[in-house]
Design a binder for this molecule. Sequence first.
Ligand code: AMP
Ligand code: MG
Length: 343
Amino acid sequence: MNRVLVPWQMDSAVPPLGAQVLQLDGQTMGTTWQVRWVGQGSGQHSQQAQAVRTAVQGVLDLVVEQMSTWLPGSDLDRFNRASAGSRQVLPEAMADVLDAALWLAQVSGGAFNPAAGALVNAWGFGPSPRYTDPGFAPPDSEAVQAALARQDWRSLRWDRASCQALQPGGVWLDLSAIAKGHAVDLVSRRLAAMGIGHSLVEVGGELRGQGLRPDGQPWWVDLETPPPQSAQPPLPTTRLALHGLCVATSGDYRRVYTHDGQRRPHTLDPRHGQPVSHGLASVSVVHTECLWADAWSTALTVLGLQDGLALASAHGVAALFVQREADGRLTETLSPAMEALAE
Ligand code: AMP
Ligand code: MG
């Protein structure tokens, strides 16, 4: 059986007659981007396509220069390396991201933590050391404790008005769980500012759809599902009309290694310092802002099915949880707001 999710509201603007879907792609943030839009002209070399490529790559490059832990000299990197007790001015464009990340850290009881960069590095999911490096070993309990002592997001004293945050000493910010979604929102808004109101923007699997396709249909996408283990039936397809909506999926199958027979996925639980291991294979979140879809999907992945479902329900978040059962079967649970999209 397949499932169809449609938005609560449709707007009435339709693409002009004779328009067609144009498409461009490229690289960013260690992954790919793709933009489809309804426009005029044809081919990747039309004037409009060139303007779109320049605009999209410009927006994405700026997000990387500000929020990447991977780019030496990014604003985030500068903050992370700043001396203890110094106040650092961060770009105004980071304010929405930090506000959202710190709010979610609070409401999730620290399950989502934008200051967990030292822990991310210790487990080999930061720039160095990489879990793929020859001879890489996961951190021992002493190293985990040392990383946990460096992740107090409350000590940042973030002040939105002056865009300043305190580096209390050794705190390593990591916005990778939210920045991709934010970048998707920014690209979509940039296209709208160029007069392109019908578009589908994707960065590394996070998507935002605005307006309609030339045939009057919304941008239909299938939710990403974890690969089933052999001999298990695949999950039903969930097809979503991305009309003024975004979707992000976090999963335990994307960046993962096995050590001593245990799965070590790149989503970590900052409350005890270990990679998540409660059997949640993926969480997809549908939201009007991709920043929130991205952040919530990571937060709910950390919380696990029971606590994640409770928090998603309390905040009206549309989430689809895929649990890996003991016998290898995958089972799905929808939050009430996700059920409402399926009605
Ligand atoms: P995502 O793919 O959006 O779920 O983001 C995963 C990335 O977020 C990881 O590669 C880490 O850089 C970072 N991360 C891991 N665990 C957490 C956490 N508990 N809170 C915030 N960020 C995290
Ligand atoms: Mg995320």
